[in-house]
Design a binder for this molecule. Structure first.
Ligand SMILES: C[S@@+](CC[C@H](N)C(=O)[O-])C[C@H]1O[C@@H](n2cnc3c(N)ncnc32)[C@H](O)[C@@H]1O
Length: 208
């Protein structure tokens, strides 16, 4: 029997406590002016809520996340998929972040619903054969095209790719949004939430 405290409580106290602590840590590290590579670079709380809302209503939702960091967005996603029996597969290569990811996901009581692939996602992702319903891209902006191409083959019609930072990094990711919106095999829209999310729904398999 899995450790599920209250089947009617989708966001329980353990999850809320970890999210709250990570939000405080992030605010504190920003206030102290820590360089970006030493911070979690986690999504805003409202983006976490959005991701949660995207996956929680889906039965058996399989989620792929590139850029797990210390687990803030992973906790939102894993809490969402736990409700109706899905799974999160996240990717991270920084050893300090990997250690923190495991600690935080376990503290939230979500270790049975989330798994981390450790190492460079550019090398590890091609070896994953699974099919996913939702893919969240939140790693280095210059790699988004590569990740989209790799993830695209793992999504069936109805699947969604969510890419973060398309407005905050429009100079790099504007081309990403334009390409997705010009692709007739997708329905893609820029959602102006926080740093900007490109939401791309797969309509059919790409033409060969
Ligand atoms: C913006 S942060 C992710 C924040 C996280 N999604 C959250 O909201 O908590 C980007 C993360 O991607 C990781 N990353 C960057 N390039 C990577 C790669 N090639 N393979 C695996 N992880 C990578 C970084 O180490 C960093 O932790």
């Amino acid at each position: 029997m899995r450790d599920f405290p209250d089947k009617h409580l989708v966001l329980d106290d353990r999850v809320r406590e970890v999210l709250r602590r990570l939000e405080h840590e992030d605010a504190d590290e920003r206030a102290r002016g820590l360089p970006a590579e030493q911070r979690s670079r986690q999504v805003a709380r409202t983006t976490g809520q959005f991701l949660f809302a995207l996956v929680a209503p889906q039965t058996g939702c399989e989620v792929l996340e590139i850029g797990g960091s210390r687990g803030y967005s992973s906790v939102w996603l894993a809490a969402g998929v736990r409700h109706l029996g899905g799974r999160l597969l996240s990717f991270e290569h920084d050893p300090t972040k990997i250690e923190a990811w495991h600690r935080n996901v376990s503290a939230a009581g979500l270790a049975d619903w989330a798994q981390l692939v450790e190492g460079d996602a550019r090398e590890t992702l091609p070896g994953i054969d699974d099919v996913f319903d939702v893919c969240f891209l939140d790693a280095e902006k210059g790699d988004y095209e590569l990740y989209f191409g790799l993830a695209r083959g793992k999504l069936e019609p109805g699947g969604v790719v969510v890419a973060d930072n398309v407005l905050s990094h429009a100079e790099t990711l504007g081309a990403y949004s334009s390409s997705r919106q010009a692709d007739p095999s997708l329905e893609s829209v820029t959602v102006p939430l926080d740093r900007g999310l490109e939401l791309s729904v797969v309509l059919r398999q790409p033409l060969q």
